[in-house]
Design a protein around this ligand. Structure first.
Ligand SMILES: NC(=O)CC[C@H](N)C(=O)O
Length: 377
């Protein structure tokens, strides 16, 4: 098995065993605390530019399949695990993780002390790193990690957003449709237009299963072109990188505010907040996992949520017209906002789960109620 090294910009170097593709790649090294859902994580476009460490020690044991993908191909830069399972066993599996990573040219490293790596990132913060199977010289690797581009200040959503306007028909799989139960099909054909900044596919699957007509447009579509589609509501998707450079999207959202109900998830929530005059900042090491507690301040209920973000909305920067509706209970950061006068809200986490708990499905109902109330008024 070829050797592989992970080097961080601060000079820390780990050696491990290679799995997946060979070669060399740089990215921001982050970690995810989900126990399952590696395939959804691999294909979530919000990981663009990042090398993801799984804290769960055994990854790959249920294989991969074509049903659990969140986008056509993996977008992340590299994948770090403690142990890559040598066997997989699951009736839904169609192949093994190692071959999947090879097929999509994703470099993996296993056999390193992921607990030590994650403790280091938690103390020092997420930082740039490099994975290489071709350069084993520590000093050279650290120099390359230092020279890698930072995520801050760059628009990388434009690299993964949809390129054309398309209709969306795919629904949730049978298990999740059972979960949404009575809500299935209740959308009554109302039209949701999704602005795609690198959207996880489980979001439009939710809209389709709830009975909406769904159109997906590239994240750089103008407000005028969106309004021509005659939406009953506009959804702002998740997406990778720093939200601040996406001024074009904020201009569009500002124009849409008050004309149509708006719901944003993750990057979409950050863009909605920026469009209203708030600021975002980079978290030390981010929130990535399927076990993040959030309180809905409007009901005082706590939900366990799936999250994947490295930036957050600055509570102190919130303009008068935005109200904080949700807080992350781990660090009290803003987890949701609502516009006080226009029908618009966003959450920093992932109600579509994929993978993760289904506690937050109610947010799709809130959007539905908002659309119904706006149409009625
Ligand atoms: N999942 C997302 O949409 C992530 C939003 C943004 N890229 C962040 O890291 O904060």
């Amino acid at each position: 098995m070829p050797g592989v090294k992970l080097a961080l910009e601060d000079g820390t170097v780990f050696s491990g065993e290679s799995f997946g593709a060979v070669g060399e790649v740089t990215g921001e090294v982050v970690f995810n605390t989900s126990m399952t859902g590696y395939q959804e994580i691999l294909t979530d476009p919000s990981y663009r530019g990042q090398i993801v460490t799984m804290t769960y020690p055994e990854i790959g044991n249920y294989g991969v399949n074509s049903a659990d993908i969140e986008n056509a191909v993996p977008s992340l830069s590299g994948f770090i695990v403690r142990e890559s399972s040598r066997i997989y066993s699951n009736y839904r599996a169609e192949g093994d993780l190692d071959s999947y990573l090879k097929q999509h040219n994703i470099i993996g490293i296993s056999g390193l002390d992921t607990r030590a790596l994650v403790r280091h990132i938690r103390n020092a913060g997420a930082m740039r790193g490099i994975l290489s199977t071709i350069d084993m010289d520590d000093a050279s690797l650290v120099a390359k990690a230092k020279a890698a581009p930072s995520l801050v200040g760059r628009d990388i959503a434009c690299e993964v957003m949809g390129k054309s306007i398309a209709t969306w028909d795919e629904k949730l799989d049978d298990w999740t449709t059972t979960e949404i139960g009575a809500a299935a099909g209740t959308g009554g054909g109302a039209h949701v237009v999704c602005m795609d900044f690198g959207m996880k596919w489980n979001i439009p699957r939710h809209f389709a299963s709830r009975g909406y007509k769904v159109t997906v447009v590239p994240g750089n579509t103008s407000a005028a072109d969106i309004m021509k589609l005659n939406p009953d509501g506009v959804f702002l998707s998740n997406g990778p990188g720093d939200p601040e450079p996406l001024g074009y999207a904020c201009d569009t959202i500002r124009e849409l505010l008050g004309k149509t109900p708006i719901f944003g998830i993750c990057l979409g929530h950050q863009l909605l907040s920026l469009a209203c005059g708030a600021k975002t900042f980079k978290l030390k090491f981010g929130h990535r996992g399927a076990n993040q507690p959030v309180m809905d301040l409007t009901t005082s209920k706590v939900e366990i949520t799936t999250q994947n973000h490295g930036f957050a909305v600055d509570a102190d920067s919130l303009p008068e017209e935005l109200e904080i509706t949700h807080r992350n209970l781990n660090d009290d950061t803003v987890a949701g906002v609502r516009h006080k006068t226009h029908p618009a809200f966003g959450v920093q986490y992932h109600p579509e789960a994929a993978a993760g708990p289904h506690d937050s499905h109610y947010l799709f109902e809130r959007f539905q109620e908002l659309m119904a109330a706006t149409t009625a008024s």
